[in-house]
Design a protein around this ligand. Structure first.
Ligand code: BV8
Ligand code: ZN
Length: 243
């Protein structure tokens, strides 16, 4: 573990361009439940059943109950050393892109600047009628929130399963993956597509790949370095004492 951390740290010190892909594991130490961990279940529903356009069409109030529950939970959580280390890394690397699957907004709260929220942001809502998007930090948006502009039903501005990612954001993420010299993949089970494929994109662009996760994943064999452990403990080790 020590040698891996030290060799990754040395490589980062000499890298012009770095891309980082994060998942729910980065927010786990803030107390935000991950998707597929033991706490991934909610009211005997799998998130993957509720985070779909079909579920919202069938029962928007149930889906808003799910998102209001998560908003209420996340609203009380603070960033953790994993988020903070990534803001420090951004300042140390000339060209740095943080691609996150997380919708909790904690990277922005921590001060990361170049962030691509490829699955959207739970604090943003979009009108299903006029498309207007608003930011609202109220933990509870109510059971059927409506658009101030047109009265249409609002939905969470996140990417549901079966929905395409925003093409502009996805293109930026692909470009960052293609051009980076090092890609860190942190706290993700690497099962959700197309996010997980960004590691392949970086590899084919000649990047060095490093995975930091509690457990191995389907992408582990692709990695040059795999460090098993907590993001909140390992990431700070990568940025401390850069002379
Ligand atoms: C699309 C927003 C084109 C919503 C999310 C087969 C069947 C059915 C569908 C598919 C299929 N194959 C591919 C698909 C498509 C599907 C998909 O990938 N499904 C998966 C489940 C197989 N993908 C899509 O639908 C995507 N769109 O493909 O568009 C299209 C268009 C039309 C029709 C078809 C296709 C859209 C995907 C986006 C879905 N939205 N979130 C919301 O959050 O409410 S995804 C959701 O999962 C979150 O964003 C989350 O970030 C993401 C990935 O999960 P992880 O972040 O990896 O979290 P997880 O809990 O899984 O893992 C955490 C990891 O951290 C673990 O490994 C754990 O060990 C580790 N960990 C824990 N603690 C720590 C830690 N590591 C370090 N330190 C710690 N302390
Ligand atoms: Zn509207």
């Amino acid at each position: 573990m020590e040698t891996s951390i030290n060799s990754l740290k040395e490589a980062l010190k000499n890298a012009e361009r770095v891309a980082v892909l994060t998942g729910a594991g980065v927010s786990a130490e803030s107390g935000v439940p991950t998707f597929r961990g033991a706490d991934g279940l909610w009211k005997n529903y799998q998130a993957t059943e509720l985070a779909t356009p079909e579920a919202f069409a069938k029962d928007p109030e149930l889906v808003w109950e799910f998102y209001n529950w998560r908003r209420g939970l996340i609203a009380q959580k603070a960033c953790n050393p994993a988020h903070t280390a990534l803001t420090a890394l951004e300042r140390l690397i000339p060209d740095f892109t943080l691609i996150t699957q997380n919708v909790d907004g904690l990277h922005l709260l921590a001060g990361s600047r170049h962030v691509l929220e490829i699955h959207g942001n739970i604090w943003r809502a979009r009108c299903t009628r006029c498309g207007k998007e608003t930011m609202d930090r109220a933990p509870d948006m109510g059971r059927r929130p409506t658009c101030a502009a047109c009265g249409g039903l609002l939905r969470p501005a996140v990417v549901w399963f079966g929905e395409s990612l925003d093409p502009r954001i996805l293109r930026q993420a692909i470009e960052a993956a293609q051009q980076c010299r090092i890609m860190l993949v942190v706290g993700t089970s690497s099962v959700v597509q197309p996010a997980a494929s960004l590691a392949f994109t970086a590899k084919s662009g000649g990047a060095m790949l490093a995975e930091i996760n509690l457990e191995k994943t389907p992408n582990s064999d692709l990695m040059d370095i795999v460090i098993l452990g907590k993001a909140g403990e390992i990431l700070p080790r990568l940025v401390e004492g850069w002379a």
